[in-house]
Every structure is written in C-alpha cells, then in structure tokens.
Design a protein. Structure first.
Length: 472
C-alpha cells in the first residue's frame, strides 16, 4: 500500500501546521489530515490562509488534531467551509478548548473586517473574514473525542494520542499503517512541552516509531535556565509598579494566561511585587481556566495549582473582564496595575487597544511572554522598533519592554533532544517542521551529530513518498 506525507504548512516557518497522509493506490486513496492551522506573522504568510489548499477539502476522510492553538486548529473552519465533511478527532479537553478558541478566532476576523471597512485601511473592498462564527460553530459539530493511549481505527490506519505536555489536552499522535507488506509507525510530535514547569506536567516519553515528524520552534536555542521566571519578573515588574506604571502582559488565553497569573500570585504572596489590581482582560482566558479545573482527572495539571479544591491561579485582587464595557473601564482605573490580555504576539484582540494607549508612556512596561513570530508586533517590539502599527496607525513606543525567557510552552533545543532520546531505537527518518529555517536546520545538525539520525527539513507543499524509507 502506497504511503505519502504532504507538508502543507509549518514548513520552514513556525505557524500554519497542516499535513496530509495519503494511503492506498491511486484513485482509491484514504486521506488523513493532521492539524489544520492558520499561518501567522508576516503578511506573505497570512496571505497563504486565503489560497486554496493543494488538495480538495472534501477528499479528506478525517483530521487528527494535536491541540487547539490557532496555528494548529485555526484553519479547520475554512476547510469545512470549503467542503470538508469528515470527523475531527481530538482529546476531550481539546474539544472543550476548541469551543472557546475557534468561535473567538472567527469573531476576531469578523471584527477586523468590520473595523477595516469602517476605517477604510484595507485594500480589499469590502474586507472579508476568512470564515464566520457560524462556520466555526458548524466545524465544532464534526469533532469527535478520543482517550489518551487508546487505539482509534481509521480504516487503512489506526492512531493513538500521547500526552505532549504543551497545553491542556495536547498530544503527540502515533499513526500505524501498512507499507511494503509490514506495519509501520509515524509519530507526529505536535508541540512538545517543557520539563519541570508550573501548571503542566512533563511530556510523556516519546513512543518508538519508524518515522518522526518533530517540531523545531526552539531548535537553535535553549530557554534561560540561569534565572527562574519569578526572578526575571520580580525586579522589572516591581520597578514599573513603584513608578506608578501599568504592566501590560500580552498572553495566550489558553495556558499562558493561567501560567502568568499563577506566578503573579506567588510574587505578591511573597512580597516581591506590590499587591496591585490584576485585570484579566480576556473572556477566553477566564473560560479556559474553568476548563482546566474540569480536567484534573486527565492528570495534565500540577497538583500545586489547586489547594483544598480552590484554584491558586488568580491573585487576590484580580478582576475578570469579560465584557467590552469592563475592558474599557480599565482605562479609568487609577494607580499602578497589571493587565493580562490576549493575544500573546500582539496580533489581535483587546490587547491592541491597551497597547495603543500604553506604549507611548515611559512609565509603563510591556512584557513579551513567549515566542514572537516574525512579522508580528511582538517581534517588532522585541527588536526595539520605535513604532508599532495598530489599526492602521503608527504608535510610538516609549514604554519599557522586555522578554521573559522560559515561559514558552515549547521545549527548548536540549529538551527536544531529551524527548527524542527517551525511546529505544531511532526512527528510519526524521522530518523537522514548525520552526523557522535557521531553527530547523540547526536542530537537524544537532540530531545528526548527537543522535546519528537521518533528518531533513521539508519545504512548503513538499510531498514525500514514505515507502522509500522501508525495505520489502
């Protein structure tokens, strides 16, 4: 039986994870999608979301979803809108988070289109969203849940999900299929999480496999192990608050916001930073925390997050802002304060309104918590850009800004190598994706030198014949 794997996203770039596994003879193929994410960052990448995929969506039989981050799941409503009718398999908590993330992604796109039409800063007339909230809701009807570590029959293949430690419900997916008269295994890493981090458990040891597709987001660097996250935050946050400033922390609503609030609570309780109001200005972050609370039985959360049934995530003086009116009211709050708001790369959402207001004031502090993709406002600020473009305007950046190392939910270089080494035997071949070219090629060099594995870095839309790696 013929087996081919197409790399239709996250190839020599970090976002847009999309793969297509094709099994069987020509004309009778089974097509299995793995992830369907949005491209983010540079305009030329975002424009890829509008192209027709190099396969007809209605010919895909099913999709396996590693987790709900938008760069892995955000293209699903577009595929459904274009004709995909099959089931979308994921873990139970991934579905709950998808119920938050996919409609929110659609809502943000609708709002951006309306705002662009109102301000007339789009070159398209009218500006349109990639998909609608209704499209997202229709997509959710096609989700079906699976349990960790149990085989799922897909027809010409079977699959099982293993804990990846990245966010709640995230998984690496092991796929077994036939090639040249024998059963073979392909392991899709998804996003591999960190070791010894607050909130999430460590990734499960890698399953042995014949072929491996592994992420490489931090393939050319490690996280800062010299100072803890608490140590990195305590001094600059305390300094900004004492001078009467506002600390703005753009944070992903799922995983990162919960992690940040847990650390802030710890710093306030120890007296390392002043007790000030903390505004969680993200309806999704509030709802996602409730999802985290409901899934303790999946053993993906550290025990120290909860005490006597009470969550320790939120500081004492937290205010949860779900409505637009509550978000706007933050502007009138006097004195030093902390605002945690999505999105983590300053690409969309309420955080842009806060950034536009706070960036020009040198009393304020903007904390970039995690990876900032090229072409995003977060990357611009990280590189010291004197202005950022928000809603069609150039906003002067006078506020202090900093990056916190080690908060990323992605494994660093040495952690990726550790995860690869935890299984007996080596894959026949390893493909590196979900990383910028320099990260992917640097990790490939390390893998060849330290592990002695065969490895390559696919190009966008490259389709690889998997049978070539096996003998009859």
């Amino acid at each position: 039986m013929s087996a081919k794997l197409g790399f239709h996203g996250a190839a020599r770039t970090v976002t847009g994870s999309r793969y297509l596994l094709t099994l069987g003879p020509e004309g009778k193929e089974q097509r299995i999608g793995i992830d369907a994410g949005l491209f983010q960052g540079y305009k030329k990448l975002r424009e890829l979301n509008w192209r027709d995929p190099p396969y007809e969506p209605w010919t895909v039989d099913q999709i396996l979803l590693t987790h709900t981050h938008i760069d892995h799941a955000g293209f699903l409503p577009r595929l459904v809108k274009r004709g995909f009718k099959g089931p979308i398999y994921c873990t139970r908590s991934t579905l709950e988070l998808a119920r938050l993330l996919l409609p929110d992604s659609a809502k943000i796109q609708e709002e951006h289109a309306r705002y662009a039409n109102k301000k007339k800063y789009s070159r398209h007339a009218p500006a349109l969203p990639l998909y609608s909230v209704d499209d997202a809701k229709e997509t959710l009807k096609q989700f079906e849940t699976v349990s960790f570590n149990e085989w799922l029959d897909l027809g010409r293949a079977r699959a099982r999900f293993h804990g990846a430690g990245h966010i709640l419900g995230s998984a690496s997916i092991e796929i077994e299929f036939e090639s040249k008269g024998a059963n073979r295994t392909l392991l899709m890493s998804g996003d591999i999480g960190r070791y010894d981090m607050p909130l999430h458990l460590d990734p499960e040891p890698r399953e042995p496999s014949d072929l491996l597709v592994c992420e490489s987001t931090y393939g050319n660097r490690d996280h800062d192990f010299e100072r803890t996250i608490d140590e990195q935050l305590a001094e600059p946050v305390g300094r900004a608050l004492r001078r009467g400033g506002t600390v703005l922390i753009p944070a992903f609503a799922v995983g990162r916001s919960q992690q940040i609030t847990l650390i802030l609570r710890r710093l306030m309780a120890s007296g390392e930073i002043p007790e000030v109001p903390v505004y969680i200005d993200s309806p999704m972050a509030v709802d996602a925390t409730k999802v985290y609370s409901r899934h303790l039985d999946e053993h993906h959360l550290d025990a120290d997050v909860f005490e006597d049934g009470r969550t320790l995530l939120f500081p004492e003086r937290v205010e949860l802002c779900k409505s637009v009116q509550q978000s706007k009211a933050i502007n009138n709050a006097k004195g030093p304060k902390i605002i945690v708001s999505a999105s983590g790369m300053l690409t969309a959402g309420r955080v842009l309104h806060h950034l536009k207001r706070l960036a020009p004031d040198p009393k304020n502090l903007v904390i970039l918590a995690g990876y900032q993709a090229p072409g995003t406002r977060g990357r611009d600020m990280l590189q010291g850009s004197p202005t950022v473009r928000v809603h069609g305007q150039d906003v002067r950046v006078r506020a202090e800004s900093m990056s916190v190392h080690g908060l990323s939910a992605h494994a660093g270089r040495s952690e990726l190598l550790r995860w690869m080494e935890e299984a007996e035997g080596k894959p026949t071949h390893t493909f590196l994706t979900h990383g910028e070219a320099d990260s992917a090629f640097a990790l490939a060099q390390d893998i060849r030198r330290k592990l002695g594995w065969d490895v390559s870095v696919p190009e966008l839309d490259e389709t690889v014949d998997l049978d070539q790696f096996f003998s009859a």
